[in-house]
Design a protein around this ligand. Structure first.
Ligand SMILES: [Zn+2]
Ligand SMILES: [Zn+2]
Length: 275
């Protein structure tokens, strides 16, 4: 069994009720955080998970809304752990430079805490691995593979397939439909996909917002990817515009037109069990 918790269903469009994009994946004794948008540690705490308990941080891409709280994850894990607790971070090429720049920005904080606490003797131990495809994790009965997605001009971007016992979940991140995401998702139990309402975004007057139409999947496109892969469950997240209370059925109907399985969407904290 794998349990998915939507720890952030928001987007760069600030919504007081939606944290930035992130998803918690629990499999066996492992807990993975996929992306770390605005407010993620507050939502993870509500789900019973602290930064110190994360098995690894997985990043689909380096768009700011998906990594705003990287600093919070790194520093909170560092200061709330007694003893060594390196943080594995797996992301696309470019991740190491972002982590190093984050640590560089934290240099004053790191020096203050090392000077003040006798038991903090070094900076946060962050271990970055960069991938665009292949198997990236095989520990504790959990296997993770990645494949490239298509979020151009943002590249490289990756999706994660997490497998544990008989369950498999794919976390697509931001992407338009593409063959490599289809291949990664084939035969999984669930697909967690970011989605935008193209019908609503098209009507927005600001070109800056309409610019997002060409590199995200619409609800219908995410549903079509789920249908091609034959998954049982589609979990939609990262709603643009923000999903308003009472609109859930509209979103669900758009997905159901092209996908006959279970469709899950909703508020931060939504939990979905698969397998
Ligand atoms: Zn993005
Ligand atoms: Zn995004």
């Amino acid at each position: 069994m794998i349990e998915i918790t939507l720890t952030g269903t928001g987007s760069p469009m600030v919504d007081p009720n939606r944290a930035g994009p992130s998803t918690l994946v629990r499999a066996g004794n492992s807990t993975f955080l996929v992306d770390c948008g605005r407010g993620v540690l507050m939502r993870a705490a509500a789900a019973g998970v602290g930064a110190a308990n994360l098995t690894a941080l997985l990043l689909t891409h380096l768009h700011s809304d998906h990594i705003t709280d990287l600093c919070d994850v790194i520093t909170t894990r560092w200061v709330t752990t007694i003893g060594p607790n390196p943080l594995p971070v797996i992301g696309p090429p470019g991740t190491r430079a972002v982590v190093e720049a984050t640590l560089a920005a934290l240099a004053p904080d790191i020096s203050y805490r090392i000077a003040h606490h006798a038991d903090i003797t070094g900076p946060p131990d962050v271990r970055v691995q960069e991938f665009t495809s292949g198997q990236v994790w095989d520990e504790g009965g959990v296997r993770i593979t990645v494949a490239p997605t298509d979020h151009r001009p943002v590249e490289p971007t990756i999706a994660f397939r997490v497998e544990h016992e008989d369950a498999a979940v794919v976390l697509a991140g931001d992407s338009v439909p593409c063959a490599s995401l289809d291949d990664l998702t084939l035969g999984a139990n669930a697909l967690v996909h970011t989605a935008i309402r193209k019908d609503l975004v098209e009507q927005m007057p600001a070109q800056r917002i309409r610019d997002i139409l060409d590199y995200h999947s619409s609800v219908e496109q995410a549903a079509a990817t789920a249908a091609r892969a034959g998954v049982d469950t589609l979990v939609l997240t990262h709603y643009v515009p923000p999903l308003q209370a009472g609109q859930e059925d509209q979103w669900r109907a758009l997905a159901a037109a092209g996908f006959s399985g279970r469709i899950e969407l909703g508020n931060d904290g939504l939990r979905v069990q698969v397998g």
